[in-house]
Ligand binder design. Sequence first.
Ligand SMILES: [Zn+2]
Length: 488
Amino acid sequence: MHHTRDAPATPLRRLCASVCVLSLSVAAPGARAAAALAPAAAPEAIAAQLRDAALAGHDIAYAWVSELTSRFGPRPTGSVNERQAAEWAAARFKELGFENVHIESFPITAWVRGTESAQITSPLTQPLVVAALGESPPTPAAGLEGEVVIFASFDALKAAPAGSLSGKIAMVARRMVRTQDGAGYSAAVDARIDGPGEAARRGAIAFLLRSVGTDNHRLAHTGTTRYVEGRVPVSAFALSGPDADQIERLAALGQVVRVRLYSSASYVQDAHSQNVIADVRGRERPQEVVLLGAHLDSWDQGTGAIDDGTGMAIITAAAKLIRDVAHRPRRTVRVVLFGSEEVAQPVAPHGAFGGHAYAENHKAELATHVLAGESDLGTDRVYSLGLPQAVMQGEFAKTALRVLAPIGVLAAPRAPQEAGTDVDPSVEAGVPAFALNQDASRYFDIHHTADDTLDKIDREQLDQNVAAWAALVWLAADSDVDFRKLPP
Ligand SMILES: [Zn+2]
């Protein structure tokens, strides 16, 4: 549905008004034949038109994430909500005119949060705000209680001798650093993924983590943990930032802090997740694919609006704008909404997550996947473009940056080494990656908390993302550039 918004002009829109002189010639089905007779505009001009159409607020993206989060709420891996959202997305893709729309299902072991609680029991009593970490096992029905041993970093925990944590609860207190590019997350998240295993190896009965997040709200940030030899060995919880502060202050006062933990999490062994695939078929070389990924599953406490409802919405809206240009791009644009991203386990039999399932099912086609990118960092604006090394210095990059500069996108200094959890198995199989890097400064205030809801979306910035994706993906799909091959 098309709305006209009458919000006051922002700097972004004013900038656009001064440079965006073209209007998008979107063809209605009946107009397609007539439009096709007109001389085709240069790819760069069409890319600029797509950019401007997205900035004008066609609202495909917002309507998508609004309906997704309203109808299905949280979409944990393997849940009924996740499956029904996949079926809804496939039906919507068909209505929007995409081709080759289908669902590819794969088996997983699903993790289900139960009820959970935590309290300081000594030297005072105080409730704590926690979230069980994904895949972590339940506590005994009576709960677990022990003395907390605080480590300033994950490295400090790993330096503790074997057996030194017997009967105790290990806690990593490292604070995540707020950065524009999300590097603070990469630096802190190892403790969440491998902390339970390392704590158990030293005899700990449970693992506590200061939430990997940048807010000071009394909300815990969940996230997955890694299986060790087929299971997560101890119950594991994230503490809200203020609760982690409190435990640290008590310890700094010389007190022995004891905590009681409870979780009734459980597993469903014969669950399924699924990827949803939809194509805009290329007009000349349909076997060549530009792959756009985002993930359909979400954590269970919010409604997965910014992680990753907006990513799905951005790539879908961009592909829909490209589909509606009077002539198709030369290559196929493929949208994949991946299942089971949040609990991705690297090792079989738990390794069947969406990105692996896609790379496995489409192994024979990956040689003709020309480029891949993923949108999974929320809704805030794109500030830089990373392209494969092969094209960083060439005409393609210059053209793309000319189209993207008016919306504030600069060249990233390096080619992306990876593109995201969902498309990385394809990238590891040789598909070149691009990155439209988003401002992640505020993303980790909300990420993986109960606060990940629709109202957090900045619609202006959401549209800027769609503009960047539509323009860049059009240029890649309508070109014959080889993104793999370095220039001589
Ligand atoms: Zn995500």
